[in-house]
Every structure is written in C-alpha cells, then in structure tokens.
Design a binder for this molecule. Structure first.
Ligand SMILES: [Zn+2]
Length: 129
C-alpha cells in the first residue's frame, strides 16, 4: 500500500498551523520526553497507561530530535500497533516496510519544516554523530 505522505503532512501542518513536529505531536496529545537513551537508540515510542509517549535521545541536535519525532509520528499515524526501537545503523539489521514508510513520512514532514530531505534521510538511515 502506498501512502500519500505529502498530502498527509499537508493536512497535519494545516491542522496544527505549524510544521514543527513537536507542535504537531502536542496537537495529537502525544507526550515527548528527551531522555538519556541506551547506546545507539535515537528514539522510540510507547503507549503508557493509554497515553502516547515519544522518547528522544537528549544528546541529539535539535534538527535530529525533530527528525526522530517525525519518524515516530509516522509510526504512530501509519502503524499504531507496531513498536520498535530506532537505533543508529539499524539499516544493517532491521530494514522493513514499516521503517521505510516512517522514514518517508519523516522526510516529508522535515521538508515542510525546512530541513532538506537529504539530511534527514542520511540521519535516519545511518545515524549521525
Ligand atoms: Zn522506526
């Protein structure tokens, strides 16, 4: 199944009146926590007591944090029952349709936010130190 990422992002941005992924998450009642994640984990999301949380590696740069939030938003919106960890270099051992879809969503949203998809793609695929 192919999603129309651009259209989905456009609708979200309009609804939130912002292309900032953190603002969009807030609109969707998703809590964001910047934490000291285990080695090589850039972010993940979890449902805790019926609330949704996105956990982001606090050591990342601002645009990288926003890219992680965008990727996790992609999972929550496209695959609400899929949980996973996004780690640096995950493409070596975990390349799935879900990951590619979340990456595509993230690149569209980051593009709307003003980050060239070349950067978000490289970061999502390989990690970025
Ligand atoms: Zn993922």
């Amino acid at each position: 199944m192919a999603y129309n990422y651009k259209l989905r992002v456009k609708h979200l941005v309009e609804k939130a009146s912002s292309s900032n992924p953190a603002v969009i998450a807030e609109m969707l009642s998703i809590n964001i926590r910047y934490v000291d994640t285990p080695n090589n984990i850039n972010g993940f999301w979890k449902r805790i007591l019926r609330r949704k949380f996105i956990f982001v590696n606090e050591r990342l740069d601002e645009w990288q944090r926003m890219t992680v939030i965008s990727h996790e938003l992609g999972h929550i919106l496209l695959h609400p029952h899929y949980h996973h960890f996004c780690s640096e270099g995950r493409s070596y051992f975990a390349s799935s349709r879900h990951e590619n879809e979340a990456d595509n969503f993230a690149m569209c949203l980051m593009d709307a936010y003003g980050i060239d998809p070349i950067y978000s793609y490289a970061f999502l695929q390989n990690g970025w130190r």
